[in-house]
Design a protein around this ligand. Structure first.
Ligand code: GLA
Length: 338
């Protein structure tokens, strides 16, 4: 009989530098994979998934094939079971999960777990295919109609680069990050709240605006500004102007124009706060105090909003009270010898 395959599947978290609530509207974003990772180490064997984790108490036991991943307990196992369901896996794994990604902070710990699971279960498709499967798994597991940014940033990351993603065709262009640009992720102290219901509502509103105007990233600002519904007008304006900022930011970053990058981050935060209404008092006051800190070029909320983290661009000498994040390679599978 063949020896069971031993593996280590490593998937990074991500931080989005600019371009939030654009992915599910076919827009642009500029996330980067970071140096905080989730790792599954184990063997491929049997017909169940058996995982334990040092971070969470309850171990996971899932019988394959999986049909209703959203019913899995403990709840963290839903992301694992969702991927197994997407892959229609019948060959199991036994192992352990470790992670340096803080849970529930907006650094995509769940997407990292999904991608690590896909690799652990033997998915060897392209980075886009794996990301699509993991996005569906996330939607199944969480009930949130999320976009594909987190999963695609994690599968396609490249050391030293952010990834400019065009969600119209899922094309990814690496953008070199200069050494003089240091990114920090800082927690607002506020746990993310209402993310699932408010996220769905924002998505529905943006889609309603697009049903009138056509694709929002390409819409004309003058036609957005004459939309009669004030809420749809504001949602559309955010998606449209945010995509333009992503393009400008990517060019400015490559050219090391960090003051301009900081200004674009401030504009992005204001748009997410005022037009998309996904910010909170805690996020706003953290962004304001960072903006007033010497050596910080700019800061903005990152990810879905409603609490969680901000991302700041700063001089490399500056020390902030958060995670200094380094642009890193995407997810990988290592096959281990005995
Ligand atoms: C969450 C979702 C992503 C994206 C961001 C907002 O992280 O999972 O798909 O929509 O929010 O940009």
């Amino acid at each position: 009989m063949a020896e069971p395959i031993r593996f280590r599947a490593v998937a990074p978290g991500r931080v989005n530098l600019i371009g939030d609530h654009t992915d599910y509207m076919g827009g642009l974003a500029l996330p980067m994979a970071i140096n905080l990772v989730t790792t599954i180490t184990g063997v491929r064997t049997g017909s169940t998934i058996e995982l334990h984790s040092e971070q969470v108490e309850q171990a996971l036991h899932v019988v394959l094939p999986v049909s209703e991943p959203q019913l899995t307990t403990p709840a963290w196992g839903r992301y694992v079971a969702g991927v197994a369901a997407e892959l229609a896996s019948t060959r199991g794994i036994v192992g352990k999960v470790t992670s340096t990604i803080p849970l529930g902070s907006g650094l995509s710990s769940s997407a990292a777990l999904e991608v690590a699971t896909a690799l652990a279960l033997g998915d060897s498709a392209s980075s886009v295919e794996i990301a699509l499967r993991c996005q569906r798994a996330e939607q199944l597991a969480s009930g949130v109609p999320c976009g594909i940014m987190d999963q695609l940033a994690i599968t396609s990351g490249r050391s030293g680069h952010a990834m400019l993603i065009d969600f119209a065709d899922l094309h990814v262009t690496p953008v070199a990050i200069p050494d003089s640009a240091q990114f920090w992720v800082i927690h607002s102290g506020q746990e993310r709240q209402l993310v699932s219901s408010a996220y769905s509502e924002r998505r529905t509103q943006a889609e309603a605006a697009a049903a009138i105007l056509g694709p929002l990233p390409q819409a004309d600002l003058s036609s957005i500004n004459v939309l009669t519904d004030a809420v749809l007008r504001a949602r559309a304006r955010h998606v449209n102007t945010e995509c333009a900022r992503v393009q400008q930011f990517a060019v400015a970053l490559e050219n090391c124009e960090l003051v301009l990058c900081g200004e674009l981050m401030a504009q992005s935060h204001a748009s997410l706060r005022d037009d998309y209404e996904v910010s909170t008092e805690a996020l706003n006051s953290l962004v304001n105090s960072l903006a007033a800190t010497p050596g910080v070029y700019g800061a903005r909320l990152t990810g879905a909003g409603f609490g969680g983290c901000v991302v700041a661009l700063a001089d490399p000498e500056l020390q902030l009270d958060g995670w200094r994040v380094v642009p890193s390679d995407g997810a990988r599978l290592e096959l281990l010898a005995d």
